[in-house]
Design a protein around this ligand. Sequence first.
Ligand code: GLA
Length: 382
Amino acid sequence: MELNRRTVIAGAAAAGIAATTLGGTAHASGGSTPVKKLFGTLADGTKVHLWSLANGGTRLKVLSYGGIVQSLEIPDRHGRYRNVSLGFDTIEEYVAGSPYFGALIGRYGNRIGKGRFTLDGTAHQIDVNDGENTLHGGARGFDKRVWDVEPFTKGSDVGLYLHYTSVDGEMGYPGTLKVKVTYTLTRQGDWRIDYEATTDKATVVNLTSHVYWNLAGEASGSVYDHELEIAASRYTPVDSGLIPTGELAKVAGTPFDFRRAKTVGEDIRVAHQQLLYGQGFDHNWVLDKGVTAKPVPVATLRDPSSGRTLRIATTEPGLQFYSGNFLEGTLVGSGGTVYRQGDALCLETQHFPDSPNKPSFPSTVLRPGQTYRTTTVHSFGR
Ligand code: GLA
């Protein structure tokens, strides 16, 4: 039996194919072939799978539902692994009401004012799901869709291709949008996300990932003692509905200045109108580097207690830093404890919120014949 197994592995390796059926087979690179198992079944009978993959000291679990990162484990300075992302144990909990835990967000990350925009002279009304505005694509965004998932191994990388086709008119958006997201774990343990999309009619697109980070470990309490640095001299102030006013305001002399690392909690209780609107930080930082062809480092998050660090590099011009303000003690997470305000934070690389209504912001328009391409890399240290 043992001999057979080895022979099969050697055969698969020689043929250069992923030995998916062999269950977590370790590669010479340290990566392991993605393994698929049943996670649950949706009300309509659709099966949802959980994919597990590992490489370079990072262990990732991904659901076919929403492309959700259900768990992401990394070691601390002593080599102790913890899941550093908030999530649930069952598909029922994700369906019943997840605040986008770990999910892929589309077609449009963050808000579009009143769910309205005009493109090439045509007015579009999209699904409104956040007061009078649209948030994260509408009531059934990409976070609530089942994606086709295909594993790969490429050199020392392992990963998943996630495909979803959003039909013309879905949630009110024009054009059939074909989306491909690639999750790669590199031999260094980086988690890289490559987003691609094409359309058959002019439309708007802004894809992101909504992982809730707590580098001390999911269910370990507040992240207010995490140190955060963001390479941005400006941010986009919002109105009371969290729609950008259009202004690019300087962070200097405000609680929004993270150009030098400071703790998340240091200024979170400062009496500042923008913090009242967001009930904490829930804003888009205007990254100094702008749109870039290659990912450029833009943010570092560090938990002094465990030593775990997260570095984010992106091609995108914006970063939504959300300090977990709407976690209200109503959800029990995968660790079996209740999540409360500030138990995690999100760092969503993106184009700016409400860009379709703000001509001065970098454009989010995608036209037939063009390919939408953005990349974000998460690197971990300790
Ligand atoms: C984003 C938004 C927040 C909130 C969270 C999810 O970060 O900016 O206002 O909607 O997603 O709860």
